[in-house]
Design a protein around this ligand. Structure first.
Ligand code: HGY
Ligand code: MN
Ligand code: MN
Length: 586
């Protein structure tokens, strides 16, 4: 069996020869990293090989891409695939295409080559190495055919690096066990949704409560005491033997956006459970309690109650939320009662700040930065603050055919002007973003001028000054547009979360664990909001990001991570916990 130790100590020629099948017909890649040996970990060898690809000349990169066969293409038909490619395409079932699938792939291969001048590359063994379905392969092929040339060249190189990673795992008989568990658990709870379209798990729905029960069960199996609190947070405690021990908290949210991804929030619960299970299975205790919280509500989809779960944990649950109603007229109070919760128990959820050693959240990046850096993980420096509003514009509904354009009070036209101003204004600073995610003409008709238009507003920036200046300008412009158009305006601010800096003493310990895992400690800000923002009000916080695939997409069913990246993140958290020093000793 090939081991890392063998690869580190054999001759450069034998190193290159042993790795000849890792990058299709391209020995120059292992050749270029041989001199960097020894590698402290398999992950460090993978990074070095990926860097050799990233730093190669453009013609070498194109040669590497063109050295790869098409999917179910000519080489496959002629039986000329390498052993590795043949195994991969077979595992994905590409040798079993029906005539329609086969025809679709031939057309896609032709169109893709004609557009880009190189073949489409996809690591068909997928995120967990078990293989994409043919349907998923064809859908991905069709989606990526619409991309631009440079983006597809970069994506092909990432896919080649992913294929190499999977081939290296096979060569060294390495299995990302924790990562596979995390992805398998994500699939289980990712199948439970409020609707049949995609994954929607809104607060206190049946799928939400089923997910909570499953998380509690996995926590118990990991040796934790687990309970579901009065607002639906799933709380697991892995107790230290020390009676005077304090508590280090980790976790994230398990609710989702509508038609969301399987990993947003959930990885930050499942990964720590897998890590604690690893400790428990070895009878390993820590000098502090570890508490994992599956926060019940962060996205705010059903009741516009963002960060509800984490607010209850810090003792700042807003009782007024209980009277908010969802689109079916069900109040939060009734939803909690139906779930068997007693709202009188909510205040007791609050944690004592003195008992806490800190809060560390693992979360998918939800963006493209780590992907572009070819890095599995990153350390978060700051979490962007956000302001969110619900806006109701009221004009006059009227006849679409008889009302002259100069006599209209069109609420939707006013909304359109507002949306374009938000886009223009938020293009004026790099970390500033503005989004109108909800836009609705209630009970609208094709032949009726919109009398009412509802829209949401989400403005964020890495610093509060930039964000607040943009919010002021946007609100002023909204007022000006409504005055000019004689539209009535109702504004409801539903979130005003300041930007949060992560604690350097916690970041340094995450960074140290990252480096021990053979990774550079790459730092980046978070454009997304997280439960860590709420916990930062009572304890120091830090975050570890895990790379997102598919261009970094999130809040979308295409959200994806690999078992290997989940594994590296889990190993870093495990090492972080084992080496953790409280602030006083840090
Ligand atoms: O919107 C956010 O930033 C988070 O995903 N709730
Ligand atoms: Mn989210
Ligand atoms: Mn999230």
């Amino acid at each position: 069996m090939i081991t890392l130790d063998f690869l580190n100590t054999c001759s450069a020629a034998l190193f290159t020869e042993t790795l000849h099948g890792i990058y299709e017909h391209s020995p120059w890649i292992p050749e270029r990293v041989a001199a960097q040996r020894p590698f402290a970990a398999l992950s460090a060898l993978k990074l070095a090989l990926q860097a050799a690809v990233r730093n190669a000349a453009r013609d070498e990169q194109l040669g590497l891409i063109r050295a790869h066969p098409e999917l179910a293409g000519k080489a496959a038909i002629a039986g000329e695939l390498t052993g590795e490619s043949s195994g991969e395409q077979t595992q994905a079932g590409l040798h079993l295409c029906n005539p329609d699938e086969f025809a679709a792939l031939q057309k896609l291969n032709g169109d893709y080559n004609a557009k880009f001048g190189f073949p489409f590359i996809l690591a068909v063994k997928g995120p967990d190495g078990k293989g994409f379905t043919r349907r998923a392969i064809i859908d991905t092929f069709s989606r990526r055919l619409k991309n631009q040339g440079d983006d597809e060249l970069a994506e092909n190189l990432r896919q080649i690096n992913r294929i190499a990673e999977l081939r290296l795992n096979d060569l060294l008989a390495y299995t990302p066990l924790l990562g596979n568990t995390i992805l398998a658990w994500s699939e289980v709870i990712g199948a439970w949704s409020d609707d049949q379209y995609g994954l929607t798990c809104a607060y206190m729905t049946a799928s939400h409560r089923k997910t909570a029960a499953q998380l509690a069960e996995w926590m118990r199996e990991a040796g934790m005491q687990a309970h579901i609190d009065a607002v639906g947070n799933v709380v697991g405690r892995y107790l230290s033997d020390r009676t005077d021990a304090k508590t280090l908290v980790t976790g994230s949210h398990y609710d989702t956006v509508c038609d969301g991804g399987k990993y947003d929030g959930r990885v930050g619960i499942l990964l720590p459970i897998a890590v604690v299970k690893h400790l428990h299975d070895r009878g390993e205790k820590l000098p502090f309690h570890v508490e994992i919280v599956g926060f019940s509500e962060e996205e705010g989809v059903r009741f516009n109650s963002t960060f509800l779960g984490s607010n209850a944990i810090i003792g700042q649950f807003n009782p007024a939320l209980l009277d908010k109603q969802d689109t079916n007229g069900i109040s939060m109070r009734d939803a909690l009662r139906t779930a068997g919760h007693d709202v009188a128990d909510i205040p007791a959820i609050a944690r004592k700040p003195d008992d806490l050693l800190g809060f560390v959240e693992v979360h998918i990046e939800q963006g493209p930065v780590l992907l572009q850096q070819d890095l599995p993980v990153g350390i978060v420096t700051a979490i962007a603050g956000s302001c969110r509003y619900l806006i109701e514009l009221t004009g006059v509904a009227g006849h679409a055919g008889t009302t002259p354009m100069t006599m209209r009070k069109d609420a939707a036209a006013a909304a359109a002007e507002i949306i374009l101003f938000v886009e223009r204004r938020c293009g004026q600073a790099t970390s500033l973003v503005g989004t109108v995610g909800q836009l609705q003409v209630p009970h609208g008709s094709v032949n009726v001028i919109p009398g009412t238009c509802l829209l949401s507003l989400d403005i964020r920036a890495a610093d509060d000054v930039t964000r607040d200046a943009a919010v002021a300008d946007i609100l002023a412009e909204i007022n000006a547009i409504c005055t000019r158009r004689t539209i009535d305006l109702a504004l409801d601010r539903i979130v005003a979360a300041p930007a949060v800096m992560c604690a350097p003493w916690l970041m340094q310990q995450l960074a140290a664990a990252t480096k021990r895992a053979g990774m550079p400690a790459f730092e980046l800000p978070s454009g997304a909001g997280h439960d860590a923002m709420t916990l930062s009000k009572i304890t120091d916080v830090a975050m570890l990001f895990t790379r997102c695939g598919n261009g970094g997409i999130s809040h979308n069913r295409l959200e994806t991570i690999t078992a290997d990246d989940a594994e590296v993140s889990a190993q870093i958290l495990l090492d972080f916990l084992r080496q953790f020093k409280p602030k006083a000793q840090a």
